[in-house]
Structure formats: structure tokens, C-alpha cells
Design a protein around this ligand. Structure first.
Ligand code: AMP
Length: 659
């Protein structure tokens, strides 16, 4: 996981005793949302920081990263509970820097009396007022309004409300009454959610021709379009609406949104992709949806266009909302940036987006968020960071996309996702995409989705690998480098290749080795700075280099036009990854070649690999079949011995076609 994301943890509060109760005025934290700040909306074009819409009038926004707040001016001392000082400082001082940056005041942490700590605020009168407000918001924990009727006895006795959550158990000991506490929490949450503006979700008017499709027409169409399968993921409860028919044309989906249609026409697409045909009616109708689909199937547009209509269709005008409306979570920076790029191709009513990812300029990202955007595209680590630092409030999002959910879980992001979505509104619309359907993804769907409809577009995106000639080369581990070098020396000048390695260290080693031999190449893996990774991709895309050495950070989502070859220097650990890697070539109507080095250590994958090769009408080497047989025999032997060996061998265990 550390390959892809800068880990974030909230700084620990200082270890002092609890302070006496104290009132801090409550408000939802949303810095700089006044009408003037949000009045400057409009689609910008800059994407160099992965975000758009910057305010050129702000003299701090000059790219000067050394900006410091003034150290002179008025002074004001405020006190805060010592337990909250950590929150003001933030990890490595990140929060205090943000506060200073936003307010233009200087904050000095002063003496602590144990319970309380003094902060000296320095700057102009308005800067001090601003920073004081920001700090108060930051240290304010949500205190729900007390219900008049429920706590009369406490009020009368002067007790604090919390004392009523103790009960005496059978041993006469006072213990917390969890049942009561949870009930009150649920009631308070409900009150919070009830106070929010309702979400408008249904924007769909079915075209008469679509409505007239017979069940036979629908199933024939689905069969002919990647064998799409559509069903309610969980119980098909009574009262749920039937699954809508697919749309066959763009007009059938968006005839009531001519500006969206114009944007599609600009792209020169001829017809909806299978996932789009089925997803648009579902999502425009406001239903939750799980798309079992991969990059290359048009899934981004499948969830994006309904998102644009959702944003525009809410009752509260965009410039009066408390925060962004749409959240798209993606597993890697590269994928987040790619989605951002896709979003930027569609201009609709000045809707703006920001891309938040670890390694990007945090301060700039915060600035854009606080100015007001409609769509947030984020990696889980950075999203969590900004939510915990209260730059974003998850409760404001009403359309949430978890893109490549299986990959996010594989990368260990579940805790960040759950932490970020903790306070999410239950009536939001949720979309999830995933290439596979493992238990973890199912659990995520159960937690955050309501009666989702699942659209499967083929078990794996095998269509993508049908245009690729897949070759297998059996090698000894020690011979791999020599074989690779021979391959590179035989490349045509117009060839463009990605070499996939299992480890960052291997990728670095190969890149260095090739460079020493005078062969120009680039590398893409998690140990590289974000700017270097972006430069590596750009070099490949514009042809500055034609060899990219990468780890699986590049196996999904990366779209390099004219890639002719994929070389699997190390066979991937999961067979799904093989399909993703191979699918980097043979795109957009072109053909490609994939060459995979297979060593005896890779025998656990032989059987799955054979299935993929057979499905794509490729030659299956006899040696691969023998390898698969040997592995199966070993598994049987182990099972008979009862030795607990599940026969996975190295890296096995995640089967092909598991949903
Ligand atoms: P995605 O699966 O979202 O990564 O999309 C892969 C590529 O397909 C992107 O470059 C899209 O612009 C393109 N695309 C999306 N929808 C269509 C469509 N209906 N017809 C042709 N290309 C499309």
C-alpha cells in the first residue's frame, strides 16, 4: 500500500487529563465559502497540479511554496483544551501550516496549564478573527442539539446528559448502558440526516422505443453485448422496481439533456458501450449500481454523465452548497488523474472537479476544495487526510463512486475507506466498479449500498485480450535478463513496450541496467516521486522513450496509445493482473503482442493461464499443460497427506473467474 499512497494518521492529542466542559460555538467547517469565494466558478483548463479552477486574484497562489504568514501585527491570546492541541498542529505541523495559510495569521503554541493551552495569534485584525474561527471549528466536536423533552430529569437535576448512560448491573456496579447510548446516537444521526436537503435522484424518462423492448429483445441484446448480466445483487425484495431496459443509442439516454449529448458527439463516439447502455438507465433513475467491469469498457463515462446530471439537478443551487456533491474514489494516483482527465473532457454548466492524491500539492488541493468544486476525485489516503482535517465533510456528498473497489481492498485501503465514509448520508446514491467480486467487495457493497443492481460485463475483460497475441516463454529465473535484452535488441524502431516486474527493486535494477547499456527507458513504480511518475508516462505517451519498466501500479487504467508489446518479466501474482497487463496493448482497434516469461515457480498459475489462452484462441504450449498437471498432482498429493497444504504454491490462491 505504501507503494501508492502517503499514509496519513491523525496526530495524537497531548496526553493530559480531560478539561472541564467548555463551549465552543458550532458551525460546519467550510473555510472560505462566502459568495465571493465561490462566485468565481467556471471551468478552468489547467491540470498541471491535477486540479482545475484556481483563483488568479489570490496573491498567495503564485506557486511560491515558501509563503509564510506575517510575524508582526496585532496579537490575541486564545485558550483551547490541551487535548485538542494535537488537532491544531496536525501531523508534522501540517494542520497549523494550513491554518496559517488560509488565515494569513501566525499561530504560536504557548504555555499549557494542564487542561488548557494558550495560543497566540498574530496578524491583522481580520486574519486573527479568521484563524480564531478556523481553530474553533477545528476543535469543535459535534454536539447534537438537545431534545427538549428527552432530558427533563437531567436538566432538573443539573446533571450532564452523559450521566444518564450509566446503569447498574447485576453486581451493583455502574456500567455504560450501550444500548441506550447507541439508540441515542442513532436518533441524533437521524436528526442530522433529516435536517439535510433531500437528494433528488430520479432523472430518467424512458424513451418509448426502449420501453417497448420485449423481454426477449432485452435478453438478446444483452447476450450480443459482451454477454451482459444484470440482477439485483442482494435480495430482490418486493416493491423494488424492475431492472430498466438498456438504451441502444446516446439519444435514448440523454435526449432531455441536449448539452450532454453535444459533449458526447464532440468525442466522436458512435454508440454506447455495453456497460453504458445498461448503466445509464439505472443510474439516471437514481439506483445504486455495481459494475463488474474494467478500464477500457467505458465505465468512467458510465458513472460520470449521470453524475453531471445529478449535480445540476439538486434543489440547493451549486454555489450555495456546503461542499462538493460527487466523490469518486480511485485506488492509485495514476487512475485518479486519468479519471480527472476524462472528467475534464466533458464541460457541463461549468461543473468543476479536483483531483486529490498523495504526493500532489496538498496545500493547492485544499485551496481548490475550499473555493468550491462539484466533483472530488481522490485516492483513499488523501481523502481520509482531508476529511479528518475537516477540509471536506463527507455528509455533503450525495453521489459516491468507489472505482476499482477490489483493487482498493487489495491495496489495503479498507480502513481509510470506512473511516472516510463513516458519516456518509444513508440516502446517497452509490456506484461501485470492480473487476472481480470477492467477499471484501461484497461486504463493502452491503455496508454502503442500498438494493444495488449489478451489471456484469463479462467475467474478465477478455475482449481486450482477444486482440493480443499472447506468447509464453519458459525461462530459468537467472536467464530472464539475458532473454529480455535479446528481445529489446530485436525491437523495431516503431515498437513501444511495457516491461512488468513484480517488485519495485527489480524495476529499478532493470532500468539502471538498460540505461548503462545505452538503452533509453523510463520507469514507473511506487518508489518514484509523483512528478517523476507523471513524467515517465508523458515520455511514453509522446514517444520520448519507447520502453517503460513498471510494477503493477501501471497494469490497470493506464492508456498508452500505440503500445505494441507487453513483456511480463515476472509473471503476475494474481491471474487478474495478467489480464490487466496484457490489456494495456491491443487497444482501440489495434493489435498487440504479450510475451510472458514463465519459470517453474509460476506453476500455480498454469491452469488459469491455459483457460485465458484457450478462450482467446491462442496457442497453448505443451509445457504449460504439463506444468498445470504437475501442480494439480502436487495439490492432490498434499490433500491426501492432509498436510494442510492447500496447494496454492507461490502466489496462488486467487482464482480466475470467481464471480
Ligand atoms: P474507461 O473504461 O472509462 O477507462 O474508458 C476507456 C476509453 O474509452 C476512454 O478513452 C473513453 O474516452 C473511451 N470511451 C468511453 N465511452 C466510449 C464509447 N461509447 N465509444 C468509444 N469510446 C468510448
Amino acid at each position: 500500500m505504501a507503494d501508492f499512497e502517503d499514509e496519513w494518521q491523525e496526530s495524537e492529542p497531548l496526553a493530559v487529563a480531560a478539561p472541564p466542559p467548555r463551549t465552543h460555538h458550532a458551525r460546519v467547517f467550510r473555510p472560505n465559502t462566502g459568495p465571493s469565494a465561490r462566485g468565481s466558478r467556471g471551468r478552468g483548463s489547467g491540470t498541471d497540479f491535477g486540479w482545475r479552477e484556481r483563483d488568479s486574484r489570490d496573491n498567495r497562489n503564485t506557486g511560491n511554496r515558501n509563503w509564510r504568514p506575517v510575524e508582526e501585527g496585532n496579537r490575541k491570546v486564545m485558550t483551547i483544551p490541551s487535548t485538542k492541541v494535537g488537532r491544531v498542529i496536525g501531523k508534522g505541523g501540517s494542520k497549523i501550516r494550513d491554518l496559517e495559510y488560509e488565515s494569513e495569521a501566525k499561530i504560536q503554541i504557548g504555555d499549557s496549564s494542564g487542561y488548557e493551552t494558550e495560543l497566540t495569534l498574530v496578524g491583522s485584525e481580520s486574519a486573527i478573527a479568521k484563524v480564531e474561527e478556523l481553530i474553533n471549528s477545528l476543535i469543535e466536536d459535534y454536539k447534537p442539539p438537545q431534545q427538549e423533552s428527552s432530558s427533563n430529569s437531567n436538566k432538573a437535576s443539573g446533571n450532564s446528559v452523559t450521566t444518564s448512560f450509566y446503569k447498574t448491573n447485576e453486581f451493583g456496579v455502574q456500567v455504560i448502558d450501550w444500548e441506550k447510548l447507541n439508540k441515542q446516537y442513532d436518533e441524533q444521526q437521524k436528526m442530522r440526516y433529516d435536517s439535510l436537503p433531500p437528494i433528488v435522484k430520479d432523472f430518467y424518462k424512458e424513451d418509448p422505443q426502449v420501453a417497448a423492448m420485449s423481454p426477449g429483445d432485452v435478453s438478446r441484446w444483452r447476450k450480443a453485448n459482451n454477454d451482459i448480466q444484470v440482477k439485483r445483487t442482494f435480495d430482490d425484495k418486493p416493491g423494488l422496481r424492475p431492472i430498466p431496459n438498456p438504451v441502444i443509442t446516446f439519444e435514448q439516454a440523454f435526449q432531455h439533456y441536449p448539452e450532454i449529448l453535444d459533449e458526447i458527439y464532440k468525442q466522436g463516439f458512435t454508440q454506447p458501450s455495453p456497460i453504458q447502455s445498461q448503466a445509464w438507465p439505472i443510474l439516471l433513475r437514481g439506483e445504486d449500481m455495481i459494475g463488474i467491469a474494467q478500464t477500457g469498457t467505458g465505465k468512467t463515462l458510465a458513472f460520470l454523465l449521470p453524475a453531471l446530471i445529478h449535480i445540476e439537478g439538486q434543489t440547493v443551487p451549486r454555489d450555495q452548497r456546503e461542499g462538493p456533491t460527487v466523490l469518486i474514489l480511485a485506488p492509485t494516483r495514476e487512475l485518479a488523474l486519468q479519471i480527472d482527465k476524462e472528467v475534464s473532457k466533458y464541460s457541463y454548466r461549468g461543473i468543476t472537479s479536483v483531483c486529490l492524491y498523495g504526493g500532489g500539492d496538498r496545500k493547492e488541493q485544499i485551496k481548490v476544495v475550499s473555493k468550491g468544486v462539484d466533483i472530488v476525485i481522490a485516492t483513499p489516503g488523501r481523502l481520509n487526510d482531508l476529511i479528518m482535517a475537516r477540509h471536506l465533510n463527507i455528509i455533503n456528498f450525495s453521489y459516491i463512486v468507489l472505482d476499482e473497489a477490489d483493487r482498493m481492498l487489495d491495496m489495503g485501503f479498507e480502513p481509510q475507506i470506512r473511516k472516510s465514509l463513516f458519516d456518509v448520508r444513508p440516502d446517497k446514491q452509490t456506484v461501485m466498479t470492480s473487476a472481480t467480486w470477492p467477499n471484501g467487495v461484497r461486504r463493502l457493497a452491503e455496508s454502503y449500498m442500498k438494493d444495488p443492481i449489478q451489471v456484469n460485463v463479462g467475467s474478465l475483460d477478455l475482449a481486450a485480450v482477444h486482440t493480443v497475441t499472447q506468447k509464453i516463454q519458459f525461462v530459468e529465473e537467472d536467464d530472464k535478463e539475458a532473454v529480455l535484452l535479446e528481445f529489446i535488441q530485436n525491437m523495431e524502431p516503431t515498437d513501444k513496450i511495457i516491461i512488468f516486474c513484480g517488485k519495485k527493486a527489480t524495476a529499478t535494477h532493470i532500468t539502471t541496467d538498460l540505461a548503462c547499456k545505452g538503452i533509453e527507458c523510463q520507469s514507473l513504480h511506487g518508489d518514484r516521486e509523483q512528478s517523476d511518475r507523471e513524467a515517465a508516462l508523458a515520455d511514453m505517451v509522446d514517444g520520448t522513450v519507447n520502453i517503460l519498466v513498471a510494477t503493477d501500479v501501471a497494469s490497470r487504467g493506464i492508456d498508452i496509445k500505440d503500445l505494441t508489446h507487453v513483456v511480463n518479466f515476472d509473471f503476475p501474482r494474481h491471474i487478474e493482473e495478467y489480464v490487466h497487463r496484457v490489456g494495456r496493448t491491443g487497444r482501440a482497434g489495434k493489435t498487440g503482442i504479450a510475451l510472458s516469461f514463465v519459470t517453474r515457480k509460476d506453476w500455480a498459475h498454469a491452469k488459469d493461464l491455459i483457460k485465458i489462452l484457450e478462450e482467446a484462441n491462442q496457442e497453448v504450449p505443451g509445457e504449460l499443460e504439463q506444468m498445470a498437471e504437475r501442480f494439480e498432482a502436487m495439490k492432490l498429493r498434499k490433500e491426501k497427506e492432509g498436510g494442510g497444504g492447500r496447494g496454492r504454491g507461490r502466489g496462488g490462491g486467487r482464482g480466475y473467474n470467481r464471480y
